[in-house]
Write a protein that binds this ligand. Structure first.
Ligand SMILES: Cc1ncc(COP(=O)(O)O)c(C=O)c1O
Length: 419
């Protein structure tokens, strides 16, 4: 049992397994403050967050404009009566219609990525009157029952079966397999335009367009889950825009939509896909989320600012430039340490670093932690470390971090053969 009082309380009141993991990794000081790309622990140590708060911190921690907007909104109204309409969610929905591709237009608001996907799945059943969902192996769409049912790793699903039974899983990036799985029984195909937890998998060119054509042919809905890949991170507002002109029926977004300070999610659909709202406006609602007037003033005001900052500070351009820098550095490390890093892949600032073996990846992460660099596992592919830092990270910090990754890789290389 760990000595620190907070670790003991974490074990006693929240999660003993996580407390053990912190103890094992030697994390003995909690984070107490954060700014930009950095978090600080209670001892004053500064960590560079290359995991961007699990993909939430596209804007960085406590972006001054977003914090100011939240404070101003708190002086007026935070949560709504839900009896009268509120303006901020309308303003946010309008912005989402502007920044999402094609004719995506109507927004349902919620508090997380899983909830956004739940909405898209339910709406697809409403729109088509069909039951079956098609998803991909390695996919991650959240851990509520519906979202988990269309996720692609049995480890997280098996203890909860029976989940939704009408789910077909196909290999990601394989248009032929997708075509074979989609027929007139299918309500929707759900895809991440770049698989995140699957190990930062970029699909072959043309895959998303194929998926669109396959769904159109079968009369099925197409859902793009941009919970992790959205909001400028990959070099476009949304990762699906890497294939021009491919528009889903529903696009789900969360994580960075809350500007790095609040939980917020949205399912954005076309007018056609959301046609059921005319006759059933309250068919899918939640207290803190959408339905009726839809959404809350505080989170929606923050969402508006998050989108304005993304546009005005050209997040896609920043992600492309800084992503190229980071990628070049990581690729050079892969050449220098072939026994440690086997591949670097991804787009913009959504990069994955594949270790030669599972144990090697774990050790690299731990060596990075000791050098005060936070990287991320991928939930569904334990050989891959994610580098999804804030888009506002400076080029100097990227250069400094590459130096730290080099030191960590050199250390791991000494023992990689034995792992
Ligand atoms: C692509 C994708 N979809 C959905 C989710 C689930 O989001 P949440 O954890 O907010 O429910 C995640 C979370 O990592 C994700 O990466």
């Amino acid at each position: 049992m760990p000595d620190e009082a907070w670790l003991q309380d974490l074990a006693r009141y929240i999660n003993p397994g996580i407390a053990r993991a912190y103890s094992f990794l030697g994390v003995l000081s909690p984070e107490v403050r954060a700014e930009g790309a950095f978090v600080y622990d209670s001892e004053g140590n500064r960590y560079t967050d290359m995991g961007g708060g699990y993909g939430v911190m596209v804007h960085g921690y406590l972006h001054p404009r977003i914090v100011a907007r939240a404070k101003a909104q708190l002086d007026r109204i935070a949560l709504p009566s839900r009896s009268l309409p509120v303006l901020e969610p309308i303003a946010l929905a309008k912005r989402l219609a502007e920044v999402t591709p094609g004719d995506l237009q109507l927004s349902f608001f919620c508090n997380s990525g899983a909830e956004a996907n739940e909405a898209a799945l339910k709406f697809s059943r409403l729109r088509t009157g069909r039951k079956v969902f098609v998803s991909t192996i390695g996919a991650f769409h959240g851990k509520t029952f519906g979202a988990l049912s269309v996720s692609g790793r049995d480890l997280y699903k098996d203890p909860f079966r029976p989940l939704l039974t009408d789910v077909r899983l196909v290999p990601y990036g394989d248009a032929k397999a997708l075509e074979a799985a989609v027929d007139e029984e299918v309500a929707a195909v759900i895809l991440e335009p770049i698989q995140g937890e699957g190990g930062i998998i970029v699909p072959p060119d043309g895959y998303l367009a194929h998926a669109r054509a396959i769904c159109d042919h079968a009369g099925a809905m197409l859902i793009f889950d941009e919970v992790q890949s959205g909001m400028g991170r990959t070099g476009h507002y949304f990762a699906c825009e890497h294939e021009q002109g491919v528009v889903p029926d529903f696009l789900t977004v969360s994580k960075a939509l809350g500007g790095g300070i609040l939980p917020l999610g949205a399912c954005v659909g076309t007018r056609d896909a959301m046609g059921f709202l005319d006759s059933m406006p309250l068919i899918h609602t939640s207290t803190f989320g959408g339905g009726g007037g839809g959404g809350a003033p505080l989170t929606a005001a923050v969402g508006c600012e998050a989108i304005d900052v993304m546009r005005e500070e050209d997040f896609p351009g920043q992600a492309r430039r800084k992503g190229a820098l980071l990628r070049e550095g990581l690729e050079s490390l892969a050449r220098e340490f072939p026994g440690v890093i086997s591949e670097v892949r991804g787009r913009g600032l959504m990069l994955g670093l594949e270790a030669t073996r599972e144990g090697v990846g774990g050790m690299l992460m731990s060596e990075l932690l000791h050098r005060h660099v936070l990287a991320l596992w991928t939930l569904n592919n334990e050989r891959v470390l994610r580098m999804i830092p804030p888009v506002i990270i400076s080029e100097e910090t990227i250069a400094e971090t590459l130096g730290q990754i080099r030191e960590a890789a050199a250390q791991v290389a000494l023992v990689a053969e034995d792992l």
